[in-house]
Design a protein around this ligand. Structure first.
Ligand SMILES: Cc1cc2nc3c(=O)[nH]c(=O)nc-3n(C[C@H](O)[C@H](O)[C@H](O)COP(=O)(O)OP(=O)(O)OC[C@H]3O[C@@H](n4cnc5c(N)ncnc54)[C@H](O)[C@@H]3O)c2cc1C
Length: 473
């Protein structure tokens, strides 16, 4: 296995083959694809806004002007309820791991939008409950407690919806930055699954009591169809496809190799790997089927360009799971979801490329450094680490650099030369004089990524040519 792996790393045939290819795809087809890729987040936003406008129209066209403050509050409650229900559909779609969304928008960006939409949903759900309660109480001239009891016991499925709403609020509280930072990922993620229960509990009250659906069978049918479609997508992409792929590819750990203190590379073999259509820069969610691991799946980037014979991920011990993985045994079966991620050659629009890695963020960039077509001198890797022992893949990177005539600069914070800010605009221009003409791929700690992006902007690199991925969702 090791020989195969290292042959793939610096194999002459691989390098020779790439030298004869155009630096990157060009022509009208590519231009169109690049344009769509660049604008796909805007298209996505536009679609979401159009859906929101349709919901507003549905409410507007079926509402008579209210004649009292209570009526106004009730209508505001209905509208917030509709928006909450609509945003839930968006939330589910964003997290369904729909391949095209994962590839085009990127998992980290989807997760950020999901987080933001989640906060709006919680606020809208709370606003909906309070506005309906106060609106009904005001119209019926009753006390709030009496009205609340009447709503919970006298209207179909409202009690279920209230429990669902409470689950949303619970998950919202757990997701507040200060609360979440004190919890392990699993302690945060497992209660997060309760939102699915919450959504299920709230659904029936929407179609049985929602004014817009009770009176309008077309709207009711469309609403049910939208929920059914997004549920089917979720089950298909998150359950059926991963199970089918696991059956098809039968991934197994072939080798585990130490790379640096607390860092191991895990080589995976299996059948029909080419059909995974994995690309350098992408990641897999891996579930190792052995004692202590099987119940967790974690994302890891491919650290070598994928090939039909093996895949490699490289894992740094940062917590419980990654720490235990250092002792992983060959022969362990693996369930994989993916590949996901948008940090790939598809984002590229220029001949020159700069890769900027920080710490274990080097993994996807190592794969891109191997596989991105580039003329001599037009591909550069900057790799920030603490000291020489912390450098992962040093030998491989030096070999690739020599074979591809692609410079690598190791920016060690413990060395005199790079103790300051190696990402200062002046330093970047010195290392890569044509930086303003390049695409830049960044993967590293979020603080480093922010600094690099700021410097790149000062150096004249437009934001559309800066591509980055965050390892923390
Ligand atoms: C797209 C992506 C690609 C990644 N690629 C690599 C890689 O190539 N090599 C590498 O060493 N690390 C990579 N990581 C980071 C790696 O997934 C985490 O370090 C690992 O999940 C931590 O698990 P833990 O239980 O050891 O640590 P914990 O102490 O539980 O968590 C440490 C950090 O990892 C996050 N995390 C934990 N579990 C998960 C999970 N299931 N999903 C998402 N985030 C989680 C936590 O929010 C926390 O920020 C990647 C992360 C992402 C999102």
């Amino acid at each position: 296995m090791r020989e195969t792996a290292s042959a793939g790393v610096a194999g002459r045939s691989t390098v020779k083959r790439r030298r004869h290819r155009a630096p990157f795809a060009t022509g009208p087809g590519h231009e169109l694809r690049a344009y769509l890729l660049r604008h796909s987040p805007s298209v996505l936003w536009a679609l979401i806004i159009v859906g929101g406008l349709a919901i507003t129209w549905l409410w507007w066209s079926s509402t008579l002007p209210p004649r009292s403050v209570g009526g106004e509050l009730t209508e505001a409650g209905r509208l917030t309820g509709l928006y909450a229900g609509y945003l839930v559909i968006i939330l589910l779609a964003l997290m369904a791991r729909i391949p095209v969304l994962e590839r085009v928008v990127g998992a980290d960006r989807l997760a950020r939008v999901h987080g933001m939409a989640g906060r709006y949903v919680v606020s809208l759900v709370v606003a909906h409950g309070l506005l309906i309660l106060v609106g009904y109480a005001s119209t019926g001239h009753t006390g709030l407690v009496h009205q609340a009891l009447s709503l919970l016991t006298g209207y179909p499925y409202v009690l279920w919806a209230a429990i669902g709403g409470a689950l949303f609020v619970l998950v919202g509280v757990l997701s507040i930055r200060n609360v979440r930072s004190r919890m392990s990922y699993e302690a945060w993620y497992l209660p997060h699954l309760l939102t699915y229960v919450g959504i299920g509990l709230a659904f029936l009250h929407q179609i049985e009591t929602g004014a817009q659906f009770v009176t309008n069978p077309v709207a009711r049918l469309a609403w049910i169809a939208a929920y059914a479609a997004v549920t089917a997508l979720l089950v298909w992409c998150r359950v059926v496809v991963p199970l089918r792929n696991s059956w098809r590819h039968r991934l197994v750990v072939a080798d585990v190799r130490a790379e640096a203190p607390g860092v191991v590379s895990v080589y995976l073999t299996g059948s029909r790997l080419a059909e995974l259509n994995a690309e350098a820069g992408q990641f897999l969610r891996l579930r190792f089927l052995s004692k202590g691991f099987w119940w967790q799946s974690h994302p890891y980037s491919l650290s070598a360009a994928p090939n039909p014979h093996w895949l490699r991920v490289t894992i740094k011990a940062l917590g419980d799971h990654t720490g235990q993985l250092q002792g992983l045994r060959p022969g362990t079966k693996v369930l994989a979801e993916g590949p996901y991620g948008a940090l790939t050659a598809r984002r590229r629009s220029r001949h020159g490329v700069l890769l900027v890695a920080g710490g274990v963020g080097v993994t996807p960039l190592r794969a891109l450094f191997e596989s991105l077509p580039a003329a001599p001198g037009r591909l550069t890797l900057l790799y920030r680490a603490t000291s020489p022992v912390d450098l992962v893949f040093r030998h491989e990177l030096d070999q690739l650099a020599a074979a591809r005539q692609a410079p690598v600069h190791y920016l060690l914070s413990q060395s005199e030369e790079h103790r300051g800010d190696p990402f200062h605009p002046g330093s970047l221009r010195q290392l890569v004089p044509d930086i303003a003409e390049r695409d830049v791929y960044i993967c590293g700690p979020s603080g480093m990524t922010d600094t690099v992006i700021e410097s790149l902007r000062t150096c004249g690199v437009p934001i559309r040519r800066i591509h980055h991925e965050d390892f923390t969702f």
